[in-house]
Design a protein around this ligand. Structure first.
Ligand SMILES: *Cc1c(COP(=O)(O)O)cnc(C)c1O
Length: 448
């Protein structure tokens, strides 16, 4: 019966039927393998996926909560963080941990900064952190969870954090300055050298969020593309987050958080000796930590090596350049800022890009909308290598349709909703709308 809530089955179901039912649902999902999506999945082909699955499955049940039971996982984790530190310009002093993803890495860095300040700057009672408006919402979540006040740094015309404005925002309560390498919305790297120098002058911490770019920027730089300094080579950078489950092509549930030295990382760690269940230690937010995700990350980093990542970065950058060139060749469309890697957004002064997105979705593309200004977002992966011409053809078709059919151009569709989320002045109302949407998701009604 439609709308009835799913009940827990009394008897178990048949395995083949279950698999078939799941496959049917999967078939209706976004098709990342054919490059029809521009976010969420970083797909580098079947061969690499098989390797990652094999490594994951080998450690499917292992738990990194207790490193003494599984020395294998402990070794993987320490080698992964050492390799990542080396890749990101760190010396022997740099240490870190694996986390379940970028959000957890970001949360750990904010928590670490807060606890570092409690010890080193006890006069600070209401800690603040500076973050560019383009910084990932995980920082707002961390602010919310850990009671650190977020202060937004505006961006300049090139969509990078305004380092001059940042200087004016530093107060005696500031404990942390954040920069992204790159920021998700426009794919541009913030002026890390200036932000880190500002942090150093004020004896505070500086985090570089390289969740997106950590496993891409070093290889794009290696290919000879111009690249601003963004890693541990920059004086004043005290921590870096990098997601292996993004451009590292690992299984989901894999990120690293790295600190300049052990003393800093100490503020991240947790120990509780008094529990009747035994002395409890945990490096991060998660208790149980999936061995599979750690093993898969270790396997893919060793399998590809630097050369493998550079080769993937090369084809991905070529695809990105072809896409950006094709988009800019369509009159009225333009790329925002100067993207540093394979992530970018385009906007238009002549066309409503939200309507354009609806049209592209009707052609079978999964599109990502952003606002301020309205624009469409692209995260390019090896899966997009063969689809550039098809995509650009569809984009041209949609633009032409909007130009020749005034009915289409004025059609609202989902564009009205996205427009509202982006521009409605009452942000509290938009927030309530989004919270209600999330609440609705949690009460999914079975269609059977
Ligand atoms: C993806 C991302 C994050 C958050 O990572 P999750 O793995 O989604 O939790 C943080 N910062 C940036 C720049 C990101 O792109």
């Amino acid at each position: 019966m439609a709308g009835q809530r799913m009940q827990f089955p009394i008897g178990g179901k048949n395995k083949d039927e279950l698999m078939a039912a799941m496959q049917k649902l999967k078939n209706a999902d976004a098709n990342y393998e054919k490059g029809r999506t521009w976010s969420l999945v970083y797909y580098a082909g079947e061969e690499l996926t098989e390797l990652v699955k094999q490594a994951y499955n080998m450690f499917f049940h292992e738990n990194a909560l207790n490193p003494t039971a599984f020395p294998s996982l402990r070794q993987f984790e320490s080698e992964i963080t050492a390799m990542a530190a080396h890749m990101l310009g760190g010396d022997e002093q740099v240490v870190g941990n694996m986390t379940s993803g970028g959000s957890e890495s970001v949360m750990m860095t904010v928590k670490t900064a807060r606890d570092w300040a409690r010890k080193v700057r006890p006069e600070v009672t209401e800690p603040e952190m500076l973050l560019p408006i383009t910084a990932h919402p995980a920082f707002m979540k961390a602010a919310h969870y850990f009671n650190v006040k977020p202060i937004h740094i505006p961006i300049t015309e090139d969509y990078r954090a305004d380092a001059v404005a940042a200087r004016e925002l530093v107060t005696s309560n500031t404990i942390l300055i954040v920069g992204s390498a790159p920021a998700y919305p426009h794919g541009v790297v913030d002026p890390i050298v200036k932000l880190a120098a500002l942090a150093q002058e004020n004896h505070i911490l500086c985090h570089v969020d390289a969740c997106l770019g950590g496993f891409m920027l070093p290889f794009v730089r290696e290919l000879g593309y111009p690249m601003p300094a963004f890693d541990f080579q920059v004086p004043g950078v005290t921590s870096i987050s990098a997601d292996i489950h993004k451009y590292g092509y690992a299984a989901k549930g894999a990120s690293v958080i790295l600190y300049r030295n052990r003393e800093l990382r100490m503020h991240q760690l947790f120990a509780y000796p008094d529990w009747p269940g035994g002395a409890f230690i945990s490096p991060s937010m998660s208790g149980t930590r999936p061995g599979g995700a750690i093993a898969a990350a270790w396997a893919v980093m060793n399998y590809l090596g630097k050369e493998g990542y550079v080769a993937l970065a090369k084809s991905t950058m070529e695809t990105t350049e072809a896409l950006m060139k094709g988009i800019e060749a369509i009159p009225g469309l333009y790329i925002l800022g100067k993207p540093n890697m394979s992530v970018f957004a385009f906007a238009s002064q002549t066309h409503n890009v939200l309507v354009l997105a609806d049209l592209m979705e009707s052609y079978g593309w999964h599109m990502d909308r952003q606002h301020s200004p309205d624009c469409l977002h692209f995260m390019v992966t090896p899966a997009h290598e063969g689809i550039v011409d098809v995509f650009l053809g569809d984009l041209q078709k949609a633009v032409t349709l909007m130009e020749t059919d005034s009915e289409v151009a004025s059609q609202a569709g989902s564009a009205a909703m996205y427009g509202m989320v982006g521009t409605l002045p009452d942000r509290g109302m938009v927030r309530d709308f989004l919270l209600n949407m999330l609440d609705e998701f949690g009460t999914y009604k079975s269609s059977e």
